[in-house]
Design a protein around this ligand. Sequence first.
Ligand code: FEO
Length: 396
Amino acid sequence: MNKVEIKDGVYWVGAIDWNLRDFHGYATPGGTTYNAYIVKDSKTALVDTVKAGFFDELQSRVEPITDMGAIDYVIVNHVEPDHTGSLPRVMEVAPDATVIATEKGAEELPMYYDCGGWEIQTVKTGDTISLGEKTLSFVETPMLHWPDNMVTYIPEDHLLLSNDAFGQHIASSKRYADEVSGILNDAATYYANILMLFSPLITKTLQKIIGMGIEIDMIAPSHGMIWRDSGVGDILDAYRGWSSGESNDTAIVVYATMWGSTEKMAAAIEQGIIDAGFEVKVYNLGKSEWSKIIREILEAKIILVGSPTINNGMFPSVGGFLTYLRGLRPKGKVGSAFGSYGWAGGAVKAITGELEKTGVTVVEPLSVKFVPGADDLAACAELAGKVVDAAETRER
Ligand code: FEO
């Protein structure tokens, strides 16, 4: 097996998971990778491991570089099992290695694994370990993605080993972002579904890393492709934009329908948005992946959600989607609720409540009895115009 050297003495030794289709609720039709890295110097460090079940693949990539028993340090940037599932197997073959983790990480590890006999050393921001010519420098990045997270920076190589941050869920035999088309879109989907909730903290963390004045010419995350050359600036810019809530003149219309009435309303709203000059993307929840819709919401100014009333409330698919959306807390969106009802109604009120709890500014929700007529469809188009106006006013 050929070695994959990403910097002089730094090797990718990860695993490719072609078959992952769901990452705690986030659809991953393109699979993923669990990236780990060997940093070889007078001493040798393994930065992150791989998910349980992929140890043999990790080992087969490490062995051409070094005997696994010769690993001096295992850096646990993050305890989540997609990165530590193979740690017990690593410690079996490298029992003298010292595990390096944040204080939170050291607290969490024994909750997952029998760490008896492991030497665990905690580090905090600014701490370093010399491997000889190379230095491992640690920066705590709590909630990016768990409280235990940190990143490892190698100043001599201008290399940031960023764990979950800057990752993408994509399986590929390629290793670099510039070798894979549409990679920023994959990074956006990943950000939207995993990190959007933590956007305020990400803004602060980026400021912390950039404020340290460190030079970065490669970012090697623990999922997906490695950013190099101009890709480093591209992904840093993208994170700056996503975490600060930058958005486009786009509206996302999400709906469920029973006998087609709410779908007719969605179509009239769609046209109203187009006429108001915004781009629109429309998703029937019965036919669309939530993860894809969430990715689109990340960069949109507007979200409109529709449901017919069933059992005095909204469709379960709409309720589930709104629960997922609320958890991710998109910033600065304007929107509305719409839907048809037969007698008592209830869906539009329920959607409005959920959108407000999510932090969406809700404009004049609209209900229609049974089947929308021409006046009702005109009201839908009017609602679309009002929501676009509200989004534009908010911008100014
Ligand atoms: Fe890739 Fe938060 O684990």
